[in-house]
Ligand binder design. Structure first.
Ligand SMILES: [Zn+2]
Length: 459
């Protein structure tokens, strides 16, 4: 086998986000093939062979690539609708539109969502996709294809809904699957696309949509299926007061107890939002190792509330960050969520002691890797880990006078990405994607958004 080609990055600040939060005011990174080979303070070692590129990263901060732990790509083509609604009213307004999506729309919307995140420093993305209207083609395959073309590491959380309108659910009946159909299609997706290897670019999780859109049987069977196949479990949990009320009325218990009763707490589970959690809910997550995808902008946009992130972290709950679908977070960026997580949590119970800049960066990197089950591979800059690295440009008007680079990244304006590497391959240069044509994607997403709006209006 040919020796791995090396890329040397020098003269940058480095925030490794390792267990000790090691930082270098000026340091180097050596990437060899798809791994980080070495990093440290000062200059790179002399005499390295096979160096194909040397990057002078003066004025930059190097961090682990950002990791998004909750999203719904298809919503890229339904942005800017129902902007003044809470979650339930927003879902009621949007389900009839979402129910009209087809394979071409799913692909194009995935391209838009992925491109927006990747150009802002996301190296590992996820999509929780749960709308599979009958007879609309291979939506999962289309989404995975878009992720491969963009070049980001990817987890598809193969969602499902089996509680349509006639069963007291919110989505139209033709947009939901049968219990058996959902489980069979989910298993087929795992078998076709899930790669368990260390440097996997595509993984699949089992992900029924939420307690109020799926039956108890689907939740239970999905948990069994995921454990039989050795993949992770994802869903929405404790997002709103209304959901809590719904669970009490239907099941006689709150969402966390309901999840526990259906086999849905464990180290292999992560849930989006977790806003309305009491002390015993947080203790149950900590005891079982259940992870949380914190989505501060979406929670604010839908007036859902403030998740108790400082209490979760203090209890030892794994927490990552999520953009959430862009129908409830039109910006679609993750690097701005670092700032929003810090700011929103300082409005919560702990005020100024809530989160600091380094904790926010950790949520968006190492925390996300833990939640996706990939902490051994990515989420921090350490020798032997995958070469998922971002260089943030901090020497221009926006950031040059901010005293500390991590503070500049988290609290300053959204920092431009000079270079983003995924699996050792550069996918962003000077803020532009190298893998797909952003302008072509923008045009395609606009066209598909119009086509979807027209289809929805016809019914
Ligand atoms: Zn969501």
């Amino acid at each position: 086998m040919a020796a791995a080609q090396r890329i040397v990055i020098e003269n940058c600040s480095i925030a490794t986000v390792d267990a000790e939060d090691t930082e270098y005011a000026s340091g180097y990174l050596v990437l060899a093939g798809n791994r980080i080979e070495a990093l440290g303070a000062g200059s790179a070692p002399e005499g390295l062979e096979n160096v194909v590129r040397r990057i002078d990263a003066t004025g930059h901060l190097a961090t682990p690539g950002l990791i998004n732990t909750h999203h719904h790509f298809y919503q890229w083509i339904t942005r800017g609708l129902a902007t003044d609604h809470n979650l339930f009213d927003w879902l009621v307004a949007l389900y009839p539109v979402w129910a009209r999506i087809d394979e071409s729309m799913a692909y194009t919307a995935a391209q838009g969502s992925l491109a927006m995140m990747a150009r802002g420093g996301v190296t590992t993305a996820m999509d929780h996709h749960y709308v599979y209207p009958r007879g609309t083609g291979d939506l999962s395959g289309a989404i995975i294809r878009a992720a491969r073309e963009t070049g980001v590491r990817f987890t598809l959380a193969r969602g499902s809904m089996d509680r349509g309108e006639s069963d007291g659910g919110l989505p139209p009946d033709f947009a939901v699957e049968s219990l058996e159909g959902a489980l069979a299609a989910t298993q087929a997706t795992v078998e076709e696309h899930h790669d368990p290897s260390f440097d996997a670019m595509t993984q699949v999780a089992v992900a029924p949509c939420s307690p109020f859109s799926v039956s108890t049987d689907l939740l239970r069977n999905a948990a069994e299926l995921a454990r039989r196949l050795g993949v992770r479990l994802h869903t929405h949990g404790s997002e709103t007061v209304e959901e809590e009320k719904f669970c009490h009325e239907l099941f006689g218990m709150g969402p966390t107890d309901y999840f526990e009763s259906t086999g849905w707490l464990g180290e292999d589970v992560w849930m989006a939002h977790c806003v309305h959690m009491n002390d015993s809910d947080i203790a149950a997550f900590a005891r079982t190792g259940t992870g949380v995808a914190h989505c501060p902008s979406s929670n604010a946009r839908l007036a859902a509330g403030i998740a108790r992130v400082p209490d979760m972290l203090a209890a030892g709950v794994p927490v990552g960050l999520g953009v959430d679908g862009t129908a409830s977070n039109e910006s679609g960026e993750l690097h701005t969520e670092l700032r929003n997580a810090l700011l929103i949590n300082r409005l919560g119970a702990h005020r100024e002691a809530a989160l600091n800049a380094r904790q926010a960066l950790r949520l968006g990197t190492h925390g996300g890797a833990r939640v996706l089950g990939r902490a051994a591979e990515t989420g921090s800059l350490e020798a032997g880990k995958l070469a998922d690295v971002v260089l943030w440009k901090l020497d221009t008007l926006a950031h040059a006078s901010i005293a500390d680079p991590v503070t500049a990244l988290v609290l300053g304006a959204a920092a431009p990405v000079t270079a983003s590497f995924v699996n050792g391959r550069q996918i962003v240069a000077d803020g532009r994607l190298l893998t797909v044509d952003e302008d072509a994607v923008a045009r395609a997403t606009r066209d598909e958004a119009r086509r979807l709006a027209q289809l929805a209006a016809q019914r």
